[in-house]
Design a protein around this ligand. Structure first.
Ligand code: GLY
Length: 401
């Protein structure tokens, strides 16, 4: 297994990507150029064209470069239709649209399932994008139903959305995670569509609870913060997917940058923009020069530990948005450097076996569950980030920027 991981890494890193002009580009040359990014999307579109027609479930993670699946979508089921929608947006290919719609249909039961907080991950890139691109109201109405499901997890005493555990059960009842910041835009959408403030009010209150308790003075965050579910009293930081309660799991940090910037865009509340900025400044201060985040910025191996390319893709999206929100070119420049690192060292270009687009992801390092893998959110946010650069008006229409 180690050998195959190393082989994969060497393949990805050694493979030049041909630009539209036929120029070979490698890693670390500069901020990604439009031609480099165009070539990456062309590669993604051709990979999807070959792989997607054979997929009838939800890709969850690769094993030896092949997708493995989660039948009900798990927490990741929105990213596969989301990637197909973005491939359709980029290419105009009707087959991608048909496959995206079929994948969205398979998610339908989850809109009424309150098992966890992941309803934004599930329904934003899939059904909300479907509605924005097609105008078909069944996607909008289903997304509003999903928002109604999500707010069942609201703890009014502690002012937080419970991340994990069935409602009415004690396990994880007071557990909040940084990832939930990404589920709040579903609530903003529901308020936008229905005129009912309650969804956005819950999103704002949850974001405030998160920024009060997760943010350390240096802008880093833990993965988890626990509260007493009955009194709402703070218990303290914790982690599941990061190295420790005092570390900074890079994907969680990226979820926060993206999520707080989105909350600023939806509300105009500058406190959220400032929080996003603090989180971004921390991540950028510890990001390695190759632009690809290590899985946890404070793991003992520090900058030499394994990477999580998905964290880079998510962070690039957040930084591009933050650049606009703050009028700060530096965030855009750093996003383009990250994209250069991802495209130069993490694509699966050399492998004809590989079914995904982006390699070098890490799902859950402490559990030794998915290291040097491809992840559907890596592919999705790579598409989103590149489209934010190359086709800003189109991606704005698709995801409501
Ligand atoms: N939301 C779960 C993860 O980022 O792994």
């Amino acid at each position: 297994m180690n050998l195959s991981r190393r082989t994969l890494l060497a393949s990805a890193a050694a493979t030049p990507l041909l630009t539209g002009a036929g120029v070979a580009l490698g890693a670390g040359e500069a901020a990604a150029s439009p031609a480099t990014l165009r070539a990456a999307l062309d590669y993604g579109n051709s990979k999807l064209k070959a792989v997607a027609p054979g997929i009838t479930s939800f890709p969850e993670i690769t094993r030896a470069e092949k997708w493995t699946y989660v039948a009900d979508g798990g927490w990741v089921g929105g990213f596969w239709p989301g990637t197909l929608w973005l491939a359709h947006l980029d290419s105009g290919d009707a087959q991608f649209r048909a496959l995206a719609e079929a994948a969205c249909d398979r998610l339908a039961p989850r809109r009424l399932d309150p098992r966890d907080h992941d309803l934004g991950f599930l329904f934003y890139p899939s059904w909300i994008t479907a509605y924005r691109l097609t105008g078909a109201t069944k996607w909008r109405d289903g997304a509003v139903e999903a928002a109604n499901t999500l707010i069942q997890r609201w703890n009014a005493t502690g002012e937080f959305i419970r991340a994990w555990g069935r409602i009415g059960t004690p396990g994880n009842a007071g557990r909040v995670i940084i990832d939930t910041m990404m589920n709040l835009d579903l609530l903003a959408f529901a308020t936008e569509q229905t005129g009912d403030r309650k969804f956005l009010d819950i999103a704002i209150a949850h974001a405030r609870t998160t920024q009060t308790h997760f943010l350390r003075p240096d802008g880093s965050t833990p993965h988890v913060f626990d509260f007493d579910p009955d009194t709402g009293a703070a218990v303290g930081p914790n982690t599941v997917q990061g190295y420790s309660p005092t570390s900074s799991w890079s994907r969680g940090q990226a979820w926060g940058i993206y999520g707080f910037t989105t909350m600023y865009r939806r509300t105009g509340l500058r406190e959220f923009r400032d929080t996003a900025r603090r989180m971004a400044d921390y991540a950028l201060s510890v990001l390695t020069p190759d632009g690809v985040p290590v899985w946890d910025y404070r793991s003992p191996l520090g900058p030499n530990d394994v990477k999580d390319s998905s964290a880079g893709a998510i962070m690039a999206c957040g930084l591009l948005d933050l650049a606009k929100a703050t009028g700060t070119d530096r965030y855009r420049e750093r996003a383009l450097k990250i994209l250069d690192g991802l495209v130069g060292t993490c694509l699966t270009t050399r492998s004809s076996r590989a079914e995904a687009i982006l390699a070098r992801g890490t799902r859950n390092r402490p559990a030794e569950d998915g290291v040097e893998v491809s992840l559907p959110y890596g592919d999705y946010y790579l598409y989103e980030a590149i489209l934010r650069v190359l086709k800003p008006a189109q991606i704005a229409r698709a995801i409501g920027l």
